[in-house]
Design a binder for this molecule. Structure first.
Ligand code: MET
Ligand code: ZN
Length: 359
């Protein structure tokens, strides 16, 4: 029975990617998009504050990303922790309800989107035709909860047990909330990756997960730990169905995908930030030379795909426009691929195919 559950879990991503034509579009920056709509997130709970202060805005932002073409939407639970809610004066029960609510709101947005966009569309067999949409329940790191800019350098007092104790209950709740997968995001170090992998096994979590690491130099993860060692931890966990990088400047992604490829054959998920730098002290994003506009962002996608990534989205300070641009580029890529296949007298070699398909 248990084997059966894990089996289903492990094929979720490959089945999904197959349905999407090999590549899928993830959503964009969630918290920063809430802020663009006027939410005041200078708070230890960050985007999770909106789960009780403005759930309608959370739903709207999910919907905007769906309309922009995202096929995976990530919940507002990144910084939603029981410990954080309790510190705000909520009871544990209320905190757990809010965690569940983060997934419910995303599922509601998906229902509204399906309702609006699939009326009257049927496939050749008469079934309703919808692009598949997955809801990924976000789990941010212990450092996100601390919100102290520690970048995964937690010090010796924070052990594997500390991290497992911190994450266990939230993971249990989100895994039973109706989400399709767990997105462990912005993972800063090896110890936290290990804690997640052990929790997934110990708790027999029956939905799959992705591990997405954070890097600030394009070589190591943000704490300085080796990306290869981090990816290997994800690779050896059968419940992990994709591994990648998020909230990292776009200019570092190509090299990181090449490194990840060396340590896993699982699908690679990439959702970089806008290239601006977050100043944890000032709690502000500051412009830097590597900032890219939506068109530039899209021009990178071909390279990332060529390097081996198959799920693309955006993180902080990217918007539904970024996702729309990625999604159009993906549709264009697929159309070109089809045309190429139909017109080629013989199977093109990989190099010809990829150079002709560069966006
Ligand atoms: C600091 S990375 C934040 C990731 C989260 N999914 C968000 O967009 O809010
Ligand atoms: Zn981010």
């Amino acid at each position: 029975m248990e084997f059966g559950i894990v089996e289903t879990s492990s094929t979720l991503m490959t089945d999904f990617l197959q349905k999407c034509g090999g590549y899928a579009v993830v959503d964009g920056g969630f918290a920063t998009e809430l802020e663009r709509h006027g939410a005041e997130l200078n708070d230890p709970l960050w985007s999770a504050k909106c789960l009780f202060s403005s759930p309608h805005l959370v739903r709207k932002v999910h919907l905007d990303y769906l309309h922009a073409g995202a096929s995976i939407i990530i919940t507002a639970s990144y910084q939603a922790t029981i410990q954080g809610f309790v510190a705000k004066g909520l009871s544990e029960e209320e905190a757990e309800l809010l965690l569940r609510r983060s997934v419910e709101v995303a599922c509601e947005a998906r229902e509204i989107y399906f309702d609006k966009c699939t009326k009257g569309s049927f496939d050749d067999s008469g079934n309703i035709s919808r692009r598949p949409v997955l809801v990924a329940a976000s789990i941010g790191s212990y450092g996100a909860y601390l919100a102290d800019g520690s970048d995964g350098k937690y010090g010796d007092a924070v052990t594997l047990k500390t991290l497992k104790d911190f994450h266990r209950r939230r993971l249990q709740i989100l895994a039973k909330s109706g989400a399709n997968l767990i997105a462990f995001e912005t993972i800063p170090n090896k110890l936290e990756a290990k804690a997640y992998a052990e929790l997934l096994e110990e708790e027999e979590i029956n939905i799959p997960a992705w591990f997405s690491f954070n890097s600030k130099d394009g070589i190591n993860v943000v704490s300085g730990d080796s990306i290869l060692e981090c990816v290997s931890i994800a690779d050896s966990c059968k419940r992990v169905v994709a591994v990648g990088i998020n909230c990292t400047p776009p200019r570092f992604i190509h090299g990181l995908v090449l490194s990840i490829k060396k340590a896993t054959s699982k699908p690679i998920v990439i959702y970089p930030n806008s290239g601006e730098t977050y100043n944890a002290g000032l709690k502000q994003w500051t412009k830097s030379s590597g900032v890219v506009v939506d068109e530039d962002f899209v021009s990178y996608i071909g390279k990332w795909r060529e390097a081996g990534a198959s799920l693309f989205g955006g993180c902080c300070r990217t918007t539904p426009n970024t996702i729309r641009a990625i999604s159009r580029a993906e549709l264009g890529y697929r159309a070109k691929l089809l045309r190429l296949i139909n017109t080629m007298p013989h199977e093109p070699n990989e190099a010809t195919r990829l150079s002709e398909l560069d966006p």
